[in-house]
Design a protein around this ligand. Sequence first.
Ligand SMILES: [Zn+2]
Length: 332
Amino acid sequence: MDSKETINNMNQTASRAKAVRQGKTAALLLTALLAVSIITVKAPAAADVHRADAPPVISIDPGHQEKGNNELEPVGPGSEEMKRKVASGTRGVATGKPEYVLTLEVSMRLKDKLEARGYTVVMTRERNDVDISNKERAEAANAAGADLFVRIHADGDTSSKTRGASVLYPAESVSATPELYRLSKSAAGIVLADMVAATGVKSRGTVARDDLSGFNWSTVPNVLIEMGFMTNPEEDRLLSTDDYQEKMAEGIADGVNRYITEIAGKSAWNPQPHHETFALKGNVDLYDRSGGKLIPTGAYLGPQTVTAREKAGQWYLIDTWLGGNWIRLPKD
Ligand SMILES: [Zn+2]
C-alpha cells in the first residue's frame, strides 16, 4: 500500500464517521472521495514509463554483500522451499579479497562502459555494507523494467586447479514465460562468447539453473556471470588486476550490447533533437562519439551555462571549442 492509498483510506474512514452524524450530505462527500481515490491510487506500470526513444535499461547486480544474511526466503514464487537471503560468497586464496568486493569493482567498470554506449544502468548496490536479499535484487530489476538483468559473481571450488568462466541462466521450468527462457539463454551464450574473446578466459560453458532465488523471482531476461575462480591462485590474482578487470568489463559490455541489438532488436543510441539550457555547477567531462561508444576527450567544461541541441538517454550534445561534444549531467 502506498502513502496516497493510506491518506485516501483515512479520508474515507473520517467521512464514514461524519456520514453517521450528518446523514445524506456526508454520504455524497464519501462518494466523491471514493471517486478521487480510484483515480489517484493507480500507479503506472514500469513499461508505461518507457518512452519509445528511451535507451534500454540494464540492471547490474554485484553479487553478495559485506555480511551475508542467513534469514530464509522462498526460493521462488509460491515455493515451499526456503533459501538463505544472501550468502557471503567466496574469497581469493591469493589476494584474500572477498567475492563481494571483486564483484562490485567489476560491476562499476561495467556500469561506466554501458553508460558510455548510451544505456541506462540501474545498480542493485553501489556499496558493500548493504542488506539486500537475492529476491529483493530480482524485484529491483523487475521494477526497473530491465531489458537484461546481469548478475556478477566469481566462483569457488575445493580444488585450487579449477579455473574458467561460465554464465548461468534460468531453466525453462523457472522462467516466467517460454520467451523469457529463450532470451536469457541467448544472452548467456552471447555474453560468455564475448567475455572469452576479450579476456582469453577458459570457457566452462552456459548452465541452466532452477535453484537460484535471483532467477526464480525474476520477470526479465536474466544471466549470472561467474568470471573465474577465486580459489585458483593464478586466476584470483588476475581477476584483481586493472587490466584484466577492464577486459572483463569490456567483454561483458560487448555481449550485453550484442544481445540487446541482435536478439532484443533495440538500439542503445537514439539521439533526438532537444533544446535545453543548463547551468553547470561543477566540472563536466567532454566526450566524442566514435565506433558506437563515447570516448572521453580529456577536456572538460567548468561551471557555466550551456545549451544542448540533441539528447540520447542521459547524454546531451553541446557545441564547444572542440566541436560537438557529449556531456552527462552530474547527479545533484
Ligand atoms: Zn557468488
